[in-house]
Design a protein around this ligand. Structure first.
Ligand code: PMV
Length: 315
């Protein structure tokens, strides 16, 4: 018996610690709950499973197979069915995504999480967040090669987190609002390329690279204290310092630097790239009454698209 079911998942931003997190340093990330992927499941008359991804212009067909597919959208479905020990159902999973791909917002992990939730719901099962996190991580390996696991974790649990590879996640509660403007360079930059280049830098100049990565880790630890104590100007200063270290790791780009410099010149507390870098998105921390003007400033400085989000509540 197949049920109509909708699964969804949010985008994410990394506030501190991207790239360093791959090497065991802490990172801080938060879901972007207003930007989501939806997967709607319905019964079909074909006798097999399809994933219909109109935005990607693709339809994936999943039939019974011993072998795990190397296509992420197929793999997550196979892993979900294997987890419940269930055969391929006659189901269509239609994807609708508001998250731009290859932009540092975690679209890959969000698509996997939404598909797995929808498929499990359609066959009358329910996935715990812990199991879903493990399944999505498996698929992240196809996207990224050596993912730290931060994307799947923040997206599946949909909470701000401090994340250290192979350690239990630490959920963060903020009792003060932090207003971020998120600006997209419009440049698609696959994460595995920038992660691979940091790896090459590590092989070529291990001491310098390790030093940069450890500095990012210390900044992340200071930033967590500043976030908890609502010290906005320190959070902002540390974001900008983090961006400078990411530049030294070669993962920024002229477009990301231009948007972060513009945000800083226009009064942001701090600004940095967010995610894999080389393209994708940057974030700026601003006063609540500067959100709209900062969005306009970044748009006229060439941002492809801008949005805002608030993290934390008034205590
Ligand atoms: O998927 P992205 O582009 O948001 O990057 C994830 C963060 C990295 O630290 C660059 C990679 C990782 O696996 O943690």
């Amino acid at each position: 018996m197949i049920s109509a079911f909708v699964g969804d998942a949010p985008a994410k931003i990394i506030l501190f610690g991207e790239h360093a997190v791959v090497y065991g340093q802490p990172a801080i990330a938060a879901p972007v709950t207003s930007l989501r992927v939806y997967a709607s499941a319905s019964e079909n008359s074909l006798g097999y499973l399809r994933v219909i991804a109109n935005e990607l212009g693709s339809v994936y067909t999943i039939t019974q197979s011993e072998k795990l597919s190397e296509k992420p959208l197929e793999t997550i479905c196979q892993l979900t069915l294997r987890h419940f020990n269930r055969p391929i159902p006659a189901v269509d999973l239609k994807l609708t995504s508001e998250i731009p791909i290859a932009s540092g917002l975690g679209s890959g992990a969000a698509i996997s999480a939404a598909l797995a939730r929808a498929l499990a719901g359609a066959i009358g099962e329910s996935l715990s967040d812990d199991v879903l996190n493990t399944l999505v991580y498996e698929v992240e390996k196809i996207h990224h090669g050596t993912p730290s696991g931060i994307d799947n974790t923040v997206i599946v649990y949909e909470q701000p987190i401090r994340y250290v590879r192979d350690e239990p996640i630490q959920r963060i509660t903020l009792n003060h609002p932090f207003h971020f403007v998120i600006a997209d360079t419009g440049i698609h930059a696959p994460t595995y390329l920038s992660v691979g280049d940091v790896r090459k830098l590590m092989d070529k100049s291990p001491e310098t690279t390790r030093n940069l990565i450890e500095k990012i880790g210390s900044i992340t630890d200071y930033a967590l204290e500043a976030l908890k104590s609502a010290d906005i100007s320190t959070v902002g200063r540390l974001m900008t310092e983090n961006h400078r270290l990411l530049q030294s790791l070669t993962v920024s780009s002229p477009e990301l630097d231009h948007l972060t410099d513009t945000a800083l010149k226009s009064g942001a507390f701090g600004a940095k790239l967010s995610g894999g870098g080389r393209g994708g998105n940057m974030i700026a921390l601003v006063e609540s009454d500067s959100v709209e003007s900062m969005k306009a400033t970044l748009k006229s400085a060439g941002a492809y698209r801008v949005m805002d989000m608030t993290l934390g509540n008034d205590s």
